[in-house]
Design a protein around this ligand. Sequence first.
Ligand code: AMP
Ligand code: MG
Length: 649
Amino acid sequence: MAKASLPNARDSRDQDQFLTILSRDEATARFEAALFPRQLTTEPRRLADALGCALARDVLAPIDVPPFDRANVDGFAVRSVDLASATETTLVRLMLNDEVIACGVAPVRPVLSGTATSIATGGPVPRGADAVVMVEHTQPSGTRAIEVRRAASPGQFVSYAGSDIARGEALLHAGTIIGSREIGMLAACGIAEMPVVRRPRVAVISTGDELVQPGEPLRPAEIYDTNGAIVAAAIRENGGDAIFVGAVPDDEEQLEAAMRKALETSDMLVLSGGTSKGAGDVSHHIISRLGKPGLIAHGVALKPGKPLCLAVCNHKPVVILPGFPTSAMFTFHDMIVPVLRRMAGLPPRSDAKVTAKVPVRIASELGRTEFVMVSLVEGEAGLIAYPSGKGSGAITSFAQADGFLRIDALADQMPAGTATEVTLFTPHVRVPDLVIIGSHCTGLDLVTTSLAHAGMTVRSIAVGSLGGLAAAKRSECDLAPIHLFDEKTESYNTPFLGAGLELVPGWRRMQGIVFRRDDRRFDGLSAQEAVRTAVADPACIMVNRNQGAGTRILIDRLLGEARPDGYWNQPRSHNAVAAAVAQHRADWGMTIAPVADAYHLGFIPLAEEHYDFALVVARKDRFAVQAFLAVLASQEARAALEKAGFRPA
Ligand code: AMP
Ligand code: MG
């Protein structure tokens, strides 16, 4: 269905300037209109390989199941009229016919009046017989006869031919998704092969000069290709056969060759990266040459996922997902999965939804439908949805969330306290045993790991010390890890606790100056001397920390009025400081000892920071909280913390 009004009619220079950004609904509508209705491709599939496929045609039962009248118990095939007078006290004697009908044995002798034939469960009822008596209701009478203690009604313990499935009956309808139960029905009818909707073959290409496949070593400035693996897996989850081509550099010629080759043998092409109009972003130019109608949307008012590119080339969908893995996954699930499932003959996904309240205001960009990943915890009056703090470049924000909420394109925020619908990633809300909200520390994992090993689920949400404290005051968590320095009292944490909270001492983290071990400028200096030396050397670049970090307070005290080069580089984590120094982007900074160690950096200790827990007293008696406190106090945890460079309190 070619549409003259679609962008393919324009020349490729026009396509360069980002087509009008479409709303999510408009983009979906245009994309689907260009693809559907379409003929589904079908193929025969063996029973053993049919799991999860959509049946392409109605299947009629070719035989009766069971195929013959079948005994349901071990016993004797009889004529019910013979036993009309049988009771516990008046036994009826029947002569035994000279055959035993085991399973798989076709009877040859009829059951005549006054006789019975020995029959096993599953054996075919012989001619003349109309009922089966259980062996338990009989006793031998010599070797050639039995005595029966009960009357039998006609049809007793007999499954009639076709009583389960009747020949000619509609067994399964077209569109049915073949699961184990359907496979059982097909097998019972002897059907070894059936027509199914062929799984769409979806070629997957990652683009970017910086991409390396998992398993290969990472060189400077390179990152692992996340999208290739995650997109391929999501395609399989939604009824497609993913063919991962690999990562192709941002080179127009190479990419075009790879895209053409992939399209030849597949029904759909999914690329990721290269959509943000950077110098190396070339894939959307190529699309205009691949077939009609071509580009349908380049830019969708969706967050995350604005640089999404939708195209149809010769009836095949061609999609370029944004490069950031989380954006890629959101756009894939929101806009590509419905199309893929339709092509696979599968029904739309049915996602579970719950209502939850947001504890904080969530700002949102006006004009874009925004999806916000959330972790769910149980508050006092229902579920609370914590927005994930990490941006769309963070793969963990997707993997660790329970689901997402949606902020309408016309809203510029979702106010704190709003009750909203959350679409779950899993079919059920996973209510964790223990909820920890606050500042994250690698030491915390050492403690919670043993709870996880004991079968408890721990949800840890990193929102920083102040965010954790607020959550604890609202009783949304069990524990809030905090490291807040009070300048007035020159002490940690205790001054910040309010009513209903109690301090559980955690551990101490030594803060200090990091530098590369081969940098002689810092040899043998104290922290104060090191900073003085660094500030005096214009070639020495620092890396700072964000405003509000405990570490930043220490740095500011050491620096006084000085603003050396690098002061405005203010990352938000201990690890980022160490990485900057290790990779020569800076020469010194302040971080904690275990992190300095992990990056093989030199370390000059300065002061200990207290990483403690604000415990919500009302939740103290909960089993998981007690388990946490026990682990925290245990010798094993203390030893593990010490080994990692922390000092248990
Ligand atoms: P791009 O759209 O190519 O400009 O990419 C945007 C961001 O996503 C950049 O930081 C890329 O390094 C990153 N990115 C692109 N492709 C991938 C991928 N396959 N796996 C992980 N990150 C990627
Ligand atoms: Mg790129």
